[in-house]
Ligand binder design. Structure first.
Ligand code: TNX
Length: 506
């Protein structure tokens, strides 16, 4: 593990900075190990070829062609002046090694995911101008040396809340492009809530016809839903970028939209009015009725059928309208249904109160204090994803002056998002029980793609680094320098990120 200063100079002229060679250690999230080989740089030229047989070689070529203007043919036979992608044992599920020398760049990994991750790193080792979509007249130098890298945690996620504000599938795809640059490998889609139901379920068509109708967003804005084809296309698009989609149907609370469509899901059989306000905790499924479980089982079965990933999120948060006994009765029946359809049950940490949650994953969204029911569930076998609200909630405001976001968990500037350790936040949790981290973006205050990007970036990158990089690399000064140097890439990509005053942006 090396110390991580990132650029070798701190000149103030942007055009000069663009010419400063990128350091091997300038990458976001920080690489596990880097050994520079000064002077042994690789240069991409018009004769360079890409050697590899899988689709990641094609992805790399597609990244490099627009700005270089070079042909960069993808071939299978080894060659000089090449970027070679090769699978071999020993690098783990997502790890990779990059060996950069004057003659070639070798990218070695055991799985396709490792090659994908290595390509994200290689991209950042080229100057920001590589992100341009038309040819730039300049040299394309990759700094010499060897990077050996692998994730600290298997799960590095973020969440989009499709219920309070429904983004289009194209906007979701753009977001997947942006998050996958930082080796985020799970995208949790919050598909239902009091305001809207966003995924077609064939057995209960009114969920989307009524619950996903126009105007079913906070403030009466937006609305809409994903067809099964939309969803499957997103799953595929994400998988190409090493992102697993995690679907969530929130229950037994947060179900007002479903109940506007099917009044039999309420205890009094009366359809509630549509709700487009921001209150939480007032709705609940009728836990004593059999129709509730026919509904839940149909939804779980249809969601599981179209979800290749291992997790199915069943919500379980803020059930203030469900008695404790009813909550436990509900989970005793519903948690096994997720297993029945071949998925690992995942839920907000409240599900840990249920003895049926031993094989489940809990998403911890509390603060840094003792949570006895979480510790008990983990001791009984449950796993944890860390989403402490006062660190990871991308919908919290940055500070009092910056527009957008809520404030119930506090203001979260970049240093706050970065300044914690997933392993030690909660006492008494053994490290192997922690699968990783997730940064949720609730959408009560969102209207547009720009709003999503402004709240997600740069904070999501801090969470990505906590999830990917070994703890030994954790260093605020290094992080903020690497982040500042990343700014021009976002500018080129048209990402409206928050120019946090904590960062010296290039
Ligand atoms: C709490 S955190 C919620 C959501 C809201 C969010 C707003 C959690 C599991 N539930 O229903 O959208 O706060 O920040």
């Amino acid at each position: 593990v090396v110390a991580l200063p990132l650029v070798t100079a701190t000149a103030s002229v942007a055009s000069f900075r663009e010419r400063v060679p990128i350091a091997l250690t300038g990458v976001l999230p920080a690489v596990a190990d880097a050994v520079p080989a000064p002077g042994d740089d690789f240069q991409i030229t018009e004769d360079t070829v890409i050697v590899g047989s899988g689709d990641v070689a094609g992805q790399l070529a597609a990244i490099l062609r627009p700005a270089t203007g070079f042909v960069l043919p993808v071939v299978t036979r080894p060659s000089r002046n090449a970027v070679l992608l090769r699978l071999e044992p020993g690098h783990g599920d997502e790890g990779y090694r990059l060996v950069i020398r004057r003659e070639s760049v070798e990218l070695l990994a055991t799985e396709r995911a490792g090659l994908f991750n290595g390509v994200q790193t290689l991209r950042q080792l080229l100057p920001p101008a590589i992100e341009a979509d038309v040819p730039q007249r300049r040299q394309w130098i990759v700094p010499g040396g060897t990077i050996t890298d692998r994730p600290r945690y298997a799960y590095r996620g973020t969440m989009l809340d499709l219920a309070r504000h429904f983004p289009t599938p194209d906007e979701i795809r753009t977001h997947i492009d942006r998050i996958s640059r930082f080796k985020i490998n799970h995208l949790h889609l919050h598909l239902s809530d009091d305001q809207g139901w966003r995924i077609r379920i064939d057995a209960w068509p009114k969920l989307t016809e009524i619950g996903g109708a126009p105007g079913t967003g906070v403030g009466g804005h937006g609305g809409g839903f994903l067809t099964k084809q939309d969803y499957r296309d997103l799953v595929r698009y994400a998988a190409d970028r090493n992102v697993t989609i995690v679907p969530e149907i929130d229950m037994p609370g947060h179900v007002n939209a479903a109940q506007t469509a099917y009044p039999e899901l309420t205890c009094d059989g009366v359809a509630p009015r549509r709700r487009t306000d921001m209150r939480v905790g007032y709705s609940t499924l009728c836990v004593g009725e059999e129709v509730t479980y026919r509904f839940v089982e149909d939804v779980i079965r249809e969601l599981a059928e179209m979800t290749p990933g291992p997790y199915l999120h069943i919500g379980g948060d803020e059930t203030f309208a469900t008695s404790h006994g009813s909550y436990l009765a509900f989970q005793r029946r519903v948690l096994p249904l997720v297993h029945k359809y071949g998925k690992i049950p995942y839920g907000w940490h409240e599900i840990g109160q249920s003895p049926a949650a031993t094989g489940a994953v809990l998403q911890f969204w509390g603060r840094e204090r003792n949570h006895p029911s979480v510790a008990t569930a983990v001791a009984a076998g449950a796993k944890l994803i860390m989403s402490p609200a006062n660190r990871t909630y991308l919908d919290m405001e940055y500070d009092l002056l910056t527009p957008g976001g809520l404030d119930w968990a506090g203001a979260i500037e970049v240093s706050t998002a970065y300044g914690w350790d997933p392993a030690t936040l909660l006492p008494g949790i053994p490290e192997p029980s922690i699968l990783g981290v997730e940064a949720p973006l609730w959408s009560e205050t969102l209207r547009t793609q720009d709003d999503i990007e402004f709240l997600a970036f740069p904070r999501l990158v801090a969470i990505a680094e906590l999830g990917w990089s070994p703890r030994a690399t954790h260093d605020w000064n290094s992080f903020r320098a690497r982040l500042g140097a990343y700014g021009p890439r976002w500018v080129r990509d048209g990402v409206r990120f928050h120019r946090s005053p904590e960062i010296r942006w290039f």
